[in-house]
Ligand binder design. Sequence first.
Ligand SMILES: NC(=O)c1ccc[n+]([C@@H]2O[C@H](COP(=O)([O-])OP(=O)(O)OC[C@H]3O[C@@H](n4cnc5c(N)ncnc54)[C@H](O)[C@@H]3O)[C@@H](O)[C@H]2O)c1
Length: 329
Amino acid sequence: MSSSLRIGVVGLGIGQQHLRCYQEIEGVEIAAVADVSQKAAEKCAAEYGGQVFTDMNVMLESANLDAISLCTPPRSHAELTEAAAKAGVHVLCEKPMAPTVADCDRMITACTEAGVHLMIGQKKRFHPNIQRVKKLSEDEFGPVRWAVCKYALGKVDKEWFWDEKDGGGPLLENSIHTIDMLRFLMGEIKRVYAEGGNFFAPKFAPQLDVATYTFRFENGAIASVGSGMASEWAFANDHFYFALDGAEIRLQGSFDRPDGWWLGRRDNPSKPEEETLTGIDCFALEIKHFVECIRSGERPFVTGEDGRGSVAACLAVKESARTGLPIEL
Ligand SMILES: NC(=O)c1ccc[n+]([C@@H]2O[C@H](COP(=O)([O-])OP(=O)(O)OC[C@H]3O[C@@H](n4cnc5c(N)ncnc54)[C@H](O)[C@@H]3O)[C@@H](O)[C@H]2O)c1
């Protein structure tokens, strides 16, 4: 491995956020940027540096990389991850890990066989308020027994986002943030029951745009979630409620920023604690962790198995909404 870490970013939509974060880390060199759009790649290279590529495979052959951020639409994740693993390059892959569990398995196998890291960009796990719920549920207040979440994004018009074989619509592409957060906090999901429909995006029917669903977790805990694409960006927000043995916790904030914290202790209910965090950047936290894992050899905090489990749960939500049946995972 070279002394400074040589990074390539592939797919330059949200990939630009990754570039912004890598640029801030000492000892990291943005060595290459790749996008099928040459214009997009040139624009990013002008801002962040790096050689320009329109084909990731050519980039892997010639840029001598240590790691990539894979920020292309989900359908391409398995093939591109396999290519990177074969080249001995670590992968931070954006969520959702892939449109199918079979693709997730391909990615895990390729990276395991090649001995490279595979980390999935489930950035919500890095939010300090979510980390704090996790910690409190493991010691002071006991497990989260019941959660209620509302999470609905604003309008997205990208064709790949709605394509069943690619983004899989909002219930895979975006709801996975909340579903992954619940799996992180409450463990594996045992059973899913969902009702859903296409109410706000008739252009993309019959793809589901919103659903209301329940999870039963293996430890007996339960959650209900309303998620999908029902908002306008101006008022899309995060709204999470957790009931633990010793406390209730509410998180809320603007979309993907659950910065507001409210905690009520059951043994002192008249004195809830409230605060609002500022300056939280989950992309920066996630990317810093990925770089640290490459340097230390430590297993990333969000593994391929984590990403796979969250994809499977999203697909079960969709299947239940379509069949009207509960799905056992
Ligand atoms: N973590 C988050 O909060 C977050 C936010 C937005 C998007 N994402 C994820 O990032 C991924 C991309 O989303 P986006 O919003 O940036 O999409 P986008 O459509 O805005 O950008 C994708 C880019 O990838 C390029 N591309 C497509 N196929 C390619 C290939 N084979 N090789 C190289 N470049 C290719 C496209 O030309 C485009 O520039 C998705 O998986 C999405 O879910 C994550």
